[in-house]
Design a protein around this ligand. Structure first.
Ligand SMILES: N[C@@H](CCC(=O)N[C@@H](CS)C(=O)NCC(=O)O)C(=O)O
Length: 212
């Protein structure tokens, strides 16, 4: 069968999301580093982001579309709940993570606290200080959401967990991680559960310098 190609970089949280989905399904895939911003990249992704997936003649961008394709097109354990309410809750959380978590957690906090120092720059502490209260509030929302369930969309691992796990991973290894997640027992249990999944272990990004 034609191999799936993912264009991206292992440290990118969205690249890890789609890689987790592929690993969980047991799909044969290859992660190819992008020549970011090149003509070839722009031809595959008009918004010049990562990841991009290629499977035979099909080229797809947007992590949610890629994840659903992977879940639908291949055999292997389903990444969607088996009931309408669970599937709707999965979509609700994917949408919420994309709209309310990625920007403050990754684009603001992780880019400053982890990525900037790893590139020899300095973190903008004003951006971090402005973002931390938003992060605290949104971490609490997840802790409450997990009160009556093992995973975000119910008691089975789903695509929603693939979207959140890479984001919380980076926050967890930041200097503020312990304090931000302190007392969030449901998140701690969820993180331990996610950490047991091979798809999470097999997609671990290289350790950023700031986390050493
Ligand atoms: N909506 C896109 C977002 C993709 C995205 O923002 N990817 C990040 C990496 S995690 C990226 O390409 N960042 C580089 C940049 O914005 O220049 C998706 O769901 O795939």
């Amino acid at each position: 069968m034609t191999k799936v190609i993912i264009h991206g970089f292992a440290p990118s949280s969205y690249t890890r999301t789609v890689s987790m989905a592929l690993e969980h399904k047991g799909v044969d895939y290859e992660l190819i580093p992008l020549d970011f911003g090149s003509d070839g990249h722009r031809a595959m992704h008009p918004f010049v982001k990562m990841p991009v997936m290629q499977h035979g003649d099909l080229t797809l961008f947007e992590s949610n579309a890629i994840c659903h394709y992977v879940d639908d097109a291949f055999d292997g354990p389903s990444l969607s709940p088996d009931n309408a309410a669970g599937r709707a809750q999965m979509e609700q959380w994917i949408s919420a993570i994309n709209d309310y978590y990625y920007d403050p957690f990754i684009r603001q906090f992780v880019m400053q606290r982890i990525v900037a120092p790893s590139r020899g720059g300095e973190a903008d502490e004003d951006i971090i200080a402005a973002t931390l209260p938003v992060m605290r509030e949104r971490i609490d929302i997840i802790d409450k959401a997990l009160a009556d369930r093992l995973y975000l969309a119910g008691d089975t691992f789903s695509l929603a967990d693939c979207f959140l796990a890479p984001i919380f991973f980076y926050v967890g290894i930041s200097p503020e991680g312990n304090e931000l997640f302190a007392g969030k027992n449901k998140i701690a249990e969820w993180k331990a559960r996610i950490g047991d999944h091979d798809c999470f272990k097999n997609t671990m990004p290289p350790k950023p310098q700031a986390a050493e």
